[in-house]
Design a protein around this ligand. Sequence first.
Ligand code: BDP
Length: 329
Amino acid sequence: MTIFSLPGVRHTLAASLVAGSMLSAPAVHALDIKSSDVHPMGYPTTDAIEHMGNLLNSWTSGRMNIKIFHSMQLGGEKEALEQVQVGALEMTRVSVGVVGPIVGEFDAFNLPYFFKSVEHMHKVVDGEIGTELLNKLEKGGLIGLGYMDAGSRSFYNNVRPVKSFEDLKGMKIRVMQNPIFIEMVNSMGGNGLPISFSELYTSLQTGVVDGAENNPPSYESGKHYEVAKYYTLTEHLMVPEIFVFSKKVWDTLSPLDQQLIRKASVLAVEKQRELWAAREQRSLAAVKALGYEVVTDIDKEPFIKATEPVRMKFGEKYADLIKRAAAVK
Ligand code: BDP
């Protein structure tokens, strides 16, 4: 009897586990997974998690579902991670930028100008090192399910177009809540201010900050161009995204449910990366089409040089890991 098809999961094991749990009805628990994201629906990350929810729903005939709390309904990412750690929220998708303060090794990925290319980043996060780090999340009460793409982050502001290294001088720049990013901006002559993404638009609008830094899809989707019209492709960070499950809740799940979530996560990552590649291009084009200035011709060397002390200082503790990641071909 075919109960349902479960691509990739060892069929005999899955079928017997499902058959077993179907026979003993009380063991089958409905699972409504609440998952948060700062982005709205229609963004690559939220759409990928929606896809994951649809897969789980169809594989279990509606027993497992994901409800997405999108658009910062639950606040910023730091708060979301705290909720997941205590088990009040089952899942969240966040930037690795805010994971460093929980599991320090992730700061290797948060160093400015660290990854050489998207391919390099993929090889590192999809390889041994990526898995090793996901496993370390357990000590922070989190189960790491996978890495998603977030392209490169660049500066934008409402004072003047940044056409050379000197132009950033004196600007108050919002960064994600991690000391690395504060020092990164300071090393470039600006003034880094850690602020939650949920407060960023207002902070730009009211002049609490002059600018921020992010990838083109976030700049476009958050309509930050309305309040910070100069965008420059400095591409100083390539911070992946991550989605995590609450270890507290995870430990109450059956091995089959855990397996289903793992399998659906792999497919969610695939989906997200596909959506991401297309969205990155579209977002930049959309911003340009609206008439906003995007500086693409920029000498990155002075930025790379200025941030060397940041790589040294924050990388020192994880020197081996960083060496291994840098050597990944
Ligand atoms: C975006 C990430 C999001 C972060 C945000 C930020 O997708 O997870 O919260 O940047 O800057 O690129 O806080």
